[in-house]
Write a protein that binds this ligand. Structure first.
Ligand SMILES: NC(=O)c1ccc[n+]([C@@H]2O[C@H](COP(=O)([O-])OP(=O)(O)OC[C@H]3O[C@@H](n4cnc5c(N)ncnc54)[C@H](O)[C@@H]3O)[C@@H](O)[C@H]2O)c1
Length: 266
């Protein structure tokens, strides 16, 4: 490895199990010399899988519901304590829609669920950034990355209210990117990842079909989670210091395709 993140401290949200994108990011950050804490919702941590990752990465696990300002404040304070100072990077890898979970179709949306979707999957990025801002918890040239999906920009009917959540998430990255950039040269970006086989991903109806559709449409094929982790490492490193307020496609070229003969079977 290249020690790209040597001396950098961070928080990685969202490692649920080995398939999670955040899991792969944690492994790669560790390999590149970073030290970090791992966080997830207390209910997700009960599965206990995250402890295996923590051991592997020599990281402490600190539970936080990413919709709770109190939990987030505690997480940032403890992380700075444990790691020995302000942070250089944060990965927001959080998504959940009760409407998707409960099989509600878009035209029969439950609005309480919808608000939860927005709070968990989008406003949580604002809450994370606002907590860091108020505690002055990020170093100059720090880097914050949120994971998103192209359904924010184009219609994928079964992605449901997560499409709106991702549109808000990407907008928050731009807006906070302005404020944090001006104040402290902190970068805020979203990475728009290919369909990936994970708990959140496979929860979307018809996932198998649109996984193979995207794979056939993309000249390079779907981007694997491990490569998404590499991209995150690059974004946390000093090699991308002037990249901010962007939605960065990591999708094998899918987002710029019109049609691929492979999809038509010709
Ligand atoms: N899998 C895909 O196809 C795909 C594609 C593009 C983007 N993404 C995005 O990548 C991110 C990570 O998802 P994944 O695919 O690795 O699935 P995942 O299910 O492994 O991760 C989602 C995580 O969100 C956490 N979470 C849910 N509610 C929370 C809360 N209240 N507080 C804190 N954490 C909470 C879950 O516990 C879980 O760890 C999500 O934002 C997802 O939308 C996924």
């Amino acid at each position: 490895m290249n020690n790209l993140l040597k001396g950098k401290r961070g928080i990685i949200f969202g490692a649920l199990d080995e398939r999670s994108i955040a899991w792969k990011v944690a492994e790669r950050c560790h390999a590149e010399g970073a030290s970090f804490t791992l966080s997830n919702a207390p209910v997700a941590m009960r599965m206990g899988e995250i402890n295996k990752l923590a051991e592997k990465c020599n990281a402490q696990v600190i539970g936080a519901d990413a919709t709770s300002m109190e939990d987030l404040e505690n997480l940032f304070k403890k992380s700075m304590d444990v790691l020995g100072g302000p942070l250089d990077f944060v990965l927001h890898s959080i998504g959940m829609s009760p409407n998707v979970r409960k099989g509600k179709v878009y035209t029969d949306t439950n609005y309480e669920f919808f608000q939860k979707t927005l709070d968990i999957s989008a406003l949580s990025l604002h809450k994370v950034l606002q907590t860091a801002w108020k505690l002055d918890a990020l170093n100059e040239w720090g880097s914050v990355v949120g994971l998103t999906y192209i359904a924010s920009q184009r219609t994928f009917p079964d992605y449901n209210d997560m499409a709106e959540a991702k549109a808000v998430l990407e907008s928050i990255a731009r807006s906070f990117g302005y404020h944090y950039g001006t104040r402290k040269k902190v970068r805020v970006n979203t990475i728009s990842q290919s369909p990936t086989v994970t708990t959140a991903g496979s929860g979307v109806k018809g996932f198998g079909d649109f996984f193979s559709y995207a794979n056939n449409m993309s000249p390079l094929g779907n981007a694997p989670a491990e490569d998404c982790a590499n991209y995150c490492v690059a974004m946390f490193s000093d090699l991308t210091k002037y990249v901010t307020m962007q939605n960065l496609y990591h999708d094998g070229g899918f987002s710029n395709m019109g049609v691929n003969p492979k999809v038509l079977g010709v």
